[in-house]
Design a protein around this ligand. Sequence first.
Ligand code: NZQ
Ligand code: ZN
Length: 395
Amino acid sequence: MQGFDFKCPTEVVFGAHAEERIAEKLRAYGAARVFIVYGGGSVIRTGLLSHIERLLTAGGLAFRVLGGVQPNPRVSLVREGVREAIAFGANFILAVGGGSVIDSAKAIAHGASNPETDVWDFWTGRAKLEKTMPFGSVLTLAAAGSETSDSAVLTNEDMQQKLGLNTALNRPVIAFLNPELAFTAPKRQIVCGISDILMHTIERYFTNVKQPNVFSDRVAESLLTTVMDASHTAVKNPHDYDAMSEIMWCGSVSHCNLTELGRGKDFTVHRLGHPLSARYDATHGATLTALWPSWAAYVYKDDASRFAQFAKRLFGITDGTEEERARAGIAHMKAYFEELGMPANLPALLGHPLGKADIERLADDATAGGTKKLGSFHPIAKKEAIAIYTLANQA
Ligand code: NZQ
Ligand code: ZN
């Protein structure tokens, strides 16, 4: 096993009515003036936002609210949030929503703690983030894992760029996980979320590390099979508390780095997916399923035995040569995504195939103009990014 450094400091309050304890819990992190961030209005329609407001008021906490976060969250709203959070004198940022809202809350916390810096500069690397303020979330969608992750992903709409920032300062201090709050999510968001959860672990399963890593492998395989099993129930009945509980908790574990210990992460498919969100506003989870089968087909020969292990442990595939088993595992995963209702190629994602120039532009975006290679399993340069997008472009 390779060495690692693992610190996932987020307090998780899990269960039905988890958010009831919000005032007492936030006060323990020094919160007095809470800046609440939410999305397009689902939390108003469900009554969750007003409930949180009542709980904070009853607990003696002042708050101000900013709504309007869109999926693929925009830096322009974050900038507005930074100004408002500073004017309000916020000392805690609370996201009430899914990954886009949480990522915006993270960015607002960073921006409000560093008023001299344009917040986007932290994402481009022009400025280095060295301080922030405490933030947390009441999660309404099992998906991105931002509630425990060290990552935040923002879109700069003017530049058509979607970039992630990874830093320990992105770790929230607390997450309230009440599976019931996810019952109202549209089915499309539930299946995109399930796909994202699976991909956070799959993109840590296939790296270039060859040393044995038995426990991390078993954790990853257990997480994947748990989510896939629960997904069948949750899709039929999104109000199934037990199924949604498994999916929600696995979502938080999948992206807190636990499943990468001793192996690291690859994340090529994520990084090929972000330009599709930036250019076409494609939903994050759907960009991943549209690309993964093509990425896997392109790279599996580098370590067919690893793909054969994946095939055996997830789908019970034992017949055929190693390469045949590896290919069968990829085919089963693709079939699972399609059964879930997810796109498994680019025309299915976008409604049309892409032209050569579009693909060239996406590959440029993903590799910073051909200057960066993606991932470690099979490092992907611009030429290979073009090959994978081209494979995925064939319906
Ligand atoms: O905006 P509202 O009205 O709340 O509606 C949202 C939104 O339209 C809706 N929704 C969420 N919970 C609901 C609900 N509707 C009804 N009832 C509920 N309970 O779902 C839609 C999607 O929300 P969004 O927050 O965008 O979804 P998700 O959690 O999948 O987040 C996606 C974003 O997270 C980023 C993605 O790139 C994308 O921008 N990611 C963040 C990561 C991180 N910070 O660690 C890692 C991921 O890999 C990912 O990149
Ligand atoms: Zn993701």
